[in-house]
Design a binder for this molecule. Structure first.
Ligand code: SAM
Length: 257
């Protein structure tokens, strides 16, 4: 006969343990897609503030364990937190307090195929995830974001640049290719070329596509968005002012306020 359990004894699904923070203040992802930061760059911070001021739902795409989502919830935002890795979403949801539980929805989806209803978000953050895609998939994803935004809504995009990480030693070649008109001068077909021999290379995606603010801004313009701000977006606690490219861009329909 099945034992009778009291409600207190019924166990909830347990979120996986979040890996330890490294000495550099980064948290490894569960799926070998780099690290989540433990501090926010200025563009991500701007999202967390903006999301707290608007009425509608906002999207954090490539949220990992939710550094930006949790800050936005603190500011009163309503957030759909989406990532390709279910384990990241489980960890994030386990960190959300009762006061914010009705203002968060977790969702698993993979760019560029993930999709949401048109005009469903007031703001979208995609921080340090786009550079895992090739150029065509970045364009497809940012164009889709333009459709998911409500008129007047904003995207906040952050990507790693060619000036950070092990591939920074390819930065000169990046600039050369950019000067020659290569639309995706940062595309690295095989990142293992840049990684030290001790790095785990099993299961990592081979290619990476770091970019600078000009490239990110061009993709937004091509997607029909109005670029409000495009600049390097370093984190205050890190000594790399040009580690991230940051763009804020707006959906500007004729009837937008
Ligand atoms: C380097 S972490 C960045 C996490 C966090 N947003 C930040 O700024 O620190 C990249 C995250 O994007 C997710 N990601 C990478 N490629 C993705 C894709 N194609 N679709 C959805 N999520 C993706 C990874 O699972 C990981 O959680």
């Amino acid at each position: 006969m099945e034992p009778k359990l009291s409600p207190d004894e019924i166990s909830q699904p347990v979120a996986p343990a979040m890996p330890k923070v490294t000495d550099q203040g980064m948290i490894p992802t569960l799926n070998n897609k780099g690290f989540m930061t433990t501090s926010l760059d200025p563009v991500s911070t701007a999202f967390t503030v903006y999301a707290g001021q608007v009425d509608g739902w906002c999207l954090d795409l490539g949220c990992a364990y939710g550094i930006a989502t949790l800050a936005a919830l603190e500011n009163g935002a309503k957030i759909v937190a989406c990532d390709m890795e279910q384990g990241h979403i489980d960890v994030l949801l386990s960190k959300v307090g009762d006061a914010a539980k009705d203002r968060i929805k977790g969702s698993v989806g993979v760019m560029p195929d993930v999709t949401f209803e048109d005009q469903s978000f007031a703001a979208i953050l995609c921080s340090r995830a786009l550079h895992f895609l090739n150029g065509q998939d970045i364009e497809k994803t940012v164009t889709a974001m333009g459709h998911w935004l409500q008129p007047g809504g904003k995207v906040f995009l952050v990507a790693d640049t060619p000036y950070t990480g092990f591939w920074a030693r390819g930065a000169k070649a990046y600039e050369q290719r950019k000067a020659e008109g290569d639309p995706w001068p940062g595309f690295i077909p095989d990142v293992t070329v840049y990684l030290p021999e001790t790095s785990p290379t099993k299961n990592i995606m081979r290619y990476l596509n770091p970019m600078d603010p000009d490239i990110l801004a061009r993709v937004c313009r091509d997607a029909g968005l109005v670029v409000e701000q495009a600049a390097f977006s370093g984190r205050p606690d890190r000594n790399f002012a040009n580690a991230h490219a940051g763009v804020i861009a707006r959906r500007s329909d004729e009837n937008a306020s």
